[in-house]
Design a protein around this ligand. Sequence first.
Ligand code: TEU
Length: 590
Amino acid sequence: MSETESPPAIDRAWWKESVVYQIYPRSFNDTTGDGVGDIPGIIEKVDYLDELGVDIIWLNPVYESPNADNGYDIADYRSIMDEFGTMDDWERLLDALHDRDIRLIMDLVVNHTSDEHEWFLKSRVDEEYRDYYIWRDGRTDVDGFTGFNGPEGEAPPNEWESFFGGPAWAYDEELEKWYMHLFDRKQPDLNWENPEVREEVFDMMQWWLEKGIDGFRMDVINLISKPDSVVHHDPPTNESPMWDSIDGPRVHEFLAEMHEEVLAGEDAFTIGEMIGQHMSMETAKRYVGRDGPLSTLFHFDHVLLDNGGEIWERSDWGLHDLRGVLTRWQDGLADDGWNSIYLSNHDQPRLVSRFGNDDEYRRESATLLATLIFTLRGTPYIFQGAEIGMTNYPFDSLEEFRDVETINPVTSALENGTIDSFESVKDALRHNSRDNARTPMQWDNTENGGFTDGEPWIGVNPNYEEINVVAAREDPDSVFNYYRELIDLRADNDVMVYGQYRLLAGDHDHIWAYTRSFEDSHLLVLLNFADHDGAIELPDHELPFDADSVEVERFVGNYDPLDGELEAVGHRYAELRPWEARVYAIEESQ
Ligand code: TEU
């Protein structure tokens, strides 16, 4: 930092200094032999989480649910799904985590409920509850329209297509009306226009906070306010596409109310999952800026880069795109707001298979991606299994998939001839399907990777014999031990947490280079996103320090140091090996 530039104000927060580990309970650890992971299974592994060194656990939904969408269809917000255990188990888990200074955040899924939730059952038969959901008349003015499970000649209220394929409306025979579901038909959308719905949600959040949780990850929270074409019309008009539900007209008002009623005065960590693409920084700051209702958000800009539209389509991306979208967020929230840094979760393929090379350079690229996650500015997230470099699954038939988002659209496309065979889409599904993330955690090299004694609910990746926790622990060069090192470093170095990001040589075609700067400390990060060697010249005018008068040390890296590599900074030139990640610590001389 030059003397004329004053450092930006730092708003410290525990959740900025924390590392999050995401647990998908269904696939973590099974103690009952039914092939499904459970809460006692997580308790068994709390020491593992402690050994890894993470600070916060984000638990995917564990509430009572018929599991049309693996728990994202909630039938009762205040009880635990039988398959996962009991409320006692959950309380034991909370205690076990808190005993080790690990915090727990829960998934808050309130854009929709299950169609088996009491509110929805009542809403079908009881006027008082009708308005908890979005019920509308169908259209009869559409020529020659049949099907969609509605009455003959009646079309769904508007033309929206659900995220999981098919219309975003389902017909109720008794009521002779349609209800909206932006996701599966078993996930009816709540009507946030109704103040009673908001009160119910806020009470429930309060109830969980009183149980001692440390925050919420809020599922598709920017979808809760629907556009006027639906809110004020029955049947709705077609003037707004479904995308207009994103950041809808009253979303900021609803979240401000949630903040006032529930979150203000609580030291809770809140992450809003923000579906869509290209959110403006102005909108982002309304959510997560200093005066915003939430701590941070998940945007989708980088995980949609390879999205081809349909689940069986892909589009190409390059380092340019990845670096471009993530740099936009680094710069956009540099002074106000806070990023979440994730490259995978339960909805995304495995990071090493997607952004790295899961074959010849699995260890190198998995550790490079870890370096990226831990050296960008924001709270880092590890999705279970990433820390041992787990890969995508070699799916061979549609029967091996479990996810509605894969099964529904592929089945209809096969039926209506849009695609002619499973084989023709196999490679794309192997790459895109959410089920890649959902195969069981690989603990050891015994049957089923030590996940279960029974028949696992979804296949265990056959590579469990090599890729598993026991093997990773023993190998000093493993992905696991590298994650541990990064977590330790982050706990001790403010520059990793708060340092400002600056992109270097932004047009390099396979090396991503940047600095992070905090007071007089800097990190120089060099990441070679390629299966081959590469070299980079560090442009003098872009460096935030004078390269001739700094002390350079190696900070972390995924290869053994090269002879003379510390001179690289003075020479403004570095050479990197395939998927090499190298970080230098740089101090300005006094
Ligand atoms: O995800 C919302 C969401 O955006 C996903 O549907 C995403 O578009 C897709 O998975 C990318 O392939 C949340 C939950 O994380 C997801 O598991 C749920 O299925 C969904 O909401 C509905 O609750």
